[in-house]
Design a protein around this ligand. Structure first.
Ligand code: AMP
Length: 274
């Protein structure tokens, strides 16, 4: 496996790209394996990127505390089937004197009142870095996890609005045995908070079978609170626009601080009576 610090389109053009911020776990490995299967069918390489993007953190303490485990990450990428990893420094991604534009944000990055409201500036940073990584690597396809559901919709919308010839491929959320979605942030949960965090999956499962959005939202909140988790938001939304449900597929979405760690999760909501 090649490790690149500078972009090299002779290697990456036409690849299946897996952008990450490192601190990789089994969820990221599943994305790379999914990319590998796709790339084998297409006869193209798999390229992962590892870059902790400063512009998408709305709290500098969160950026500083973000785990950095490059050696272990490279081993995981290799074992999961990546052909190359691009691990650039901030100066390579954001060269001085060459300001990286923040692209026009799609509506799903500003209107839902979910991550956009609770992490102001976050999606501007995400769109900025993803557009930059796409320009640096020129992939044919890119894999993003359903774990970050609003991010997935934002990147789909941005890619379409910018008319980039890049297929955005969703990957299912990988969970711990008790249902907690794997996240690089989970390592920061103390044992008590880790036990509490299992309540998030319990809440999503309980809400998934409720007959109306109002019942589902109320079940989400009650179940979280029963696990001593105070949600930032807990909502049922149209799965694509993340606005009020309007007859199409819907998604349960929530964010909560458990101990000092902010966690997000989501799951499908398919009304039993529809
Ligand atoms: P991150 O480096 O954690 O920001 O995420 C890099 C990619 O991995 C994003 O597309 C995430 O949605 C995805 N991802 C993170 N956690 C998981 C998980 N538990 N299951 C599947 N994909 C994930």
């Amino acid at each position: 496996m090649l490790v690149l610090q500078q972009p090299d389109q002779a290697i990456t053009r036409g690849c299946v790209l897996v952008p990450t911020m490192g601190a990789l776990h089994a969820g990221h490995a599943a994305l790379i394996r999914q990319a590998r299967t796709l790339a084998d069918a297409r006869g193209c390489p798999v390229v992962a990127t590892i870059f902790v993007n400063p512009t998408q953190f709305n709290e500098s303490t969160d950026f500083d505390a973000y785990p950095r485990t490059l050696d272990a990450d490279l081993t995981l990428c290799d074992q999961a089937g990546a052909d190359a990893v691009l691990a650039p420094t901030p100066a390579v991604v954001y060269p001085q004197g060459d300001p990286t534009p923040v692209p026009t944000l799609p509506a799903v990055a500003t209107e839902p009142g979910l991550e956009d409201a609770f992490r102001p500036g976050h999606f501007a940073g995400v769109c900025q870095v993803v557009a930059r990584l796409f320009d640096m690597t020129r992939p044919a396809a890119a894999v993003f996890g359903e774990k970050d559901w609003q991010q997935l919709q934002v990147i789909r919308a941005m890619t379409a609005e910018q008319r980039r010839p890049i297929e955005i491929i969703p990957a299912p959320t990988v969970r711990e045995p008790d249902g907690l979605a794997m996240s690089s942030r989970n390592t920061r949960l103390d044992p008590g908070a880790r036990r509490q965090a299992a309540g998030i999956a319990v809440a999503l499962n309980a809400a998934a079978t409720q007959p109306t959005p109002a019942h589902a939202e109320s079940t989400l909140r009650k179940t979280l609170i029963a696990h001593a988790i105070q949600p930032e938001y807990a909502a049922v939304r149209d799965a694509e626009t993340l606005l009020t449900p309007s007859g199409g597929p819907c998604r349960l979405l929530l964010a909560a601080r458990v101990g000092t760690v902010r966690l997000i999760d989501n799951a499908p909501w398919n009304p039993v009576n529809s």
